[in-house]
Design a protein. Sequence first.
Lengths: 138, 138, 80, 80
Amino acid sequence: MHIDLTDQPIDITVALQLAEDDGAGAVNSFIGTVRNQSTGRRVVRLDYEAYDSMALHQLRKVAEQAQEKWPMLRQVVVIHRKGTLHIGDVAVIVAVSTPHRAESFAACQYIIDTLKQVVPIWKKEFYEDGTTWVAAHP
Amino acid sequence: MHIDLTDQPIDITVALQLAEDDGAGAVNSFIGTVRNQSTGRRVVRLDYEAYDSMALHQLRKVAEQAQEKWPMLRQVVVIHRKGTLHIGDVAVIVAVSTPHRAESFAACQYIIDTLKQVVPIWKKEFYEDGTTWVAAHP
Amino acid sequence: MKLTIALFGITREIVGRPTLELTTPDGHSVQNLLAELRQQYPALGKLSSLAVAVNNDYATDDTALHERDEIALIPPVSGG
Amino acid sequence: MKLTIALFGITREIVGRPTLELTTPDGHSVQNLLAELRQQYPALGKLSSLAVAVNNDYATDDTALHERDEIALIPPVSGG
């Protein structure tokens, strides 16, 4: 299991190498990048703020839950960026390897979906005409 | 859309770059690699044989079907290797980008699942003590 | 007892600083704490959700707080 | 008419060469072709499946074959 929270650019190639396993024929990965627009507004940049110790603890818990749900999981890699990001920058990568492909999709999706619900990381979007803490208000 | 069938090693980094799109926040990718065992037998190497013109035509059709089913799909990348492969080598990569993540998982899974059913590519496994054309016999 | 509450994201902006110190009775619950903070900072009550973390895990309403706990307010997360 | 049938994978090994030439009546169907080939090469009948491709698409049993068609036998695929 390789879990990281970093203020440096995420190296996708390295992340995927960490997910490889000679006993696993299937690697599924999800990469979240910064889009140029959000709910119709043009995004200039993003700031990601994290509660570091809790974020790492929760990321590890999510990865462990996935390993319990899919015992055939071989490698689990989750790397989340923090700090200032621009359009096209990688915010998060999740990569998992399994012997068979259906489980690689299910486990990867479970991890990113759960991450987005429980990991204490906050995204502030900067538009040409203002800012928003994403999801903060109903 | 970027579709390829190649006897050269697949460059995952390049494939993922082709899938990136400033309007798409989600990139899902599936990488199929050669496992060290198959149905309990130790695999030494694999030969992939393709009916090139039909394989390319069918790969394009599968990608087009995915774009019809998920009109929000931005980029679709499918690269399949042929020739002799060894343990850990990448046999196939499918990568898709979408504005929202659920569709990236669904479209990528649809493409790899359909590819495995319709694209005329055949895998011969070489073990220490014999060979098999995978799936040829009931 | 004295509690130190770490603030992140929009809660840090609402309160105007990264930590908040409160003096409360021993064994004060998460529910009590949230009620007090919402009274003191009404903007906290307008968030989509507001959780409390104790020692890096989500606490429930009836979790009792202690002086040495690492306590944080968790506004709606938006990672990924 | 003369048909040239491309062979791949296990069908190439069963027949022992990469293409097969057959003389058949005009408008011969895929079903007729498969029946003939299975009679000539019984090992083809033992495969999990055996499809025919005409001009790079899967044909159905009643597809009529023509001399200029690009025809191929498609044993069970195993790509990916």
